[in-house]
Write a protein that binds this ligand. Structure first.
Ligand code: ADP
Length: 420
């Protein structure tokens, strides 16, 4: 219904109960959360003044008319209601663009009142575009009165408004999602550029300095500068590898190679590696490690533990890091605990987000905030979970829960239990 036709509806010609229904419907529509609940309310409020058995909303699909809402109500509900959904009428309305009132006959074999179906098809105009049709179906008459036709036109006008509103809400949500995505991409590029430019700045600066012909550098200084260039290049490579891992993990394209792995020997390797890499840590590995087998990608899982221990060396230097294992019903919990400065509660949840770093005045401890993000993605790819618990001044414990191979491990566990 377009604006001109809407204006033709004159509330003064409606009976008091119809007028009351019109107001109640307007109010209900204004409050409705979506088209379906609005139509449910319209049916509830319109039925006392306007008898119909079926109501169907058809909307223009890509090629055909699609029923978007259909309700069978009233007396014909259990018999003939399903027989008529007014599809042909809706098509005609869409072709002509006008209101259509017609009677369909079900055939002589239909003996009850559902034989004659009184259909009222109304076009739904949205900004002068025909978007669909609303069809009222009444079994067995009587024919619709002019007042009832006007009321149905009024309802169709409201439904068209609802469609417009619905479309607007969807468009806004779509725009908002796009805006958020753009913002995320911009933030990502800004952070990545900054992180890449920092080591590159050192490399370029020290290389340019060394190349200056007006200054002669002694061996020690030259060596110091070259060491910085060397370290910063490593950092740049690590950063790019982390970035690639993180985007592959997010896109789900990082290939994992799963195989059976003995958790006890795996953790012994982890501890040995950490001892040789971080001379500011003491590592205490649980002595009686249960013989648990996991299905895991050994390289990726090692990356998780190596990262936790590198973090301990960076953020909890001179700690004693304990690694222990607690078998559970279907999973195993591995705890990596340090006795470093700890992490304040408000940061714990965000720790595993991409690029998140706990703000610290110590600018010497460098990082990108990608490590724990990658850890979580890898652990999740194993069907597990990782989280941190911490107390400031006491230390931080990282928990890694992983599913284990029940059949093979249980045997070992029960053996251990019986020999204990
Ligand atoms: P990065 O080390 O590159 O900053 P991570 O994602 O590995 O990134 O760690 C995120 C943050 O978590 C670190 O910046 C640090 O503030 C904090 N953190 C991680 N491990 C510890 C730890 N063992 N003790 C205290 N803080 C930690």
């Amino acid at each position: 219904m377009n604006r001109n036709e809407m204006e033709k509806i004159n509330p003064a010609t409606l009976r008091p109960e119809e007028l009351e229904a019109v107001y109640a419907i307007s109010r209900a529509v204004a409050l409705a959360e979506n088209i379906d609940s609005a139509l449910d309310e319209i049916i509830r409020l319109a039925r006392p003044v306007f008898i119909f058995d079926n109501l169907v909303l058809y909307l223009k699909g890509k090629e055909t008319l699609e029923p978007a809402y259909a309700r069978a109500i009233g007396r014909g509900r259990f018999k003939g209601a399903d027989l008529s959904w007014g599809e042909a009428t809706a098509h005609e309305v869409l072709q002509s663009g006008r209101l259509l009132s017609r009677i369909e006959e079900g055939g002589e074999e239909v003996k009850d009142r559902t034989r004659f179906r009184f259909l009222l098809g109304l076009p739904l105009y949205l900004e002068n575009h025909l978007e669909g049709a609303l069809v009222f179906i009444r079994f067995g008459g009587p024919p619709y009165t002019p007042d009832q036709v006007r009321l149905s036109e009024f309802i169709a006008g409201l439904v068209a408004q609802l469609l417009g509103h619905d479309r607007l809400v969807k468009q806004i949500a779509h725009l908002e999602a796009e805006r958020k995505l753009n913002q995320l991409q911009e933030d990502f590029i800004a952070t990545v550029s900054h992180e890449l430019l920092t080591p590159l700045g050192f490399i370029k600066g020290y290389a340019t300095t060394l190349l200056r012909e007006d200054i002669t550098w002694d061996d020690e200084t030259r060596r110091e500068f070259l060491t910085i260039i060397d370290e910063e290049s490593d950092r740049l490579r690590e950063l790019i590898e982390n970035l690639m891992d993180s985007s592959r993990l997010q896109a789900g394209t990082l290939k994992m190679s799963f195989q059976t792995l003995r958790l006890d020997s795996f953790l012994r390797d982890v501890a040995m590696r950490a001892l040789s890499l971080h001379d500011n840590l003491q590592i205490e590995l649980q002595k009686d490690l249960p013989e648990i087998r996991l299905t895991a990608d050994a390289t990726r899982l090692a990356q998780v533990f190596d990262n936790l221990l590198t973090n301990a060396s960076k953020y909890a230097p001179n700690s004693t890091v304990t690694i222990c294992v607690e078998p559970e019903a279907e999973t195993v919990l591995v705890k990596v605990a340090d006795n470093g400065p700890g992490i304040a509660q408000e940061h714990l949840k965000s720790l595993f987000k991409r690029f998140y770093r706990v703000p610290t005045p110590d600018k010497n401890v460098r990082g990108t905030g990608l490590g724990l993000f990658i850890c979580r993605q890898i652990v999740q790819a194993h069907g597990g979970d990782i989280w941190a618990e911490s107390e400031v001044g006491v230390g931080t414990t990282f928990h890694i829960r992983l599913p284990y191979d029940q059949q093979e491990s249980n045997q070992d566990l029960s053996l251990r239990e019986s020999s204990a």
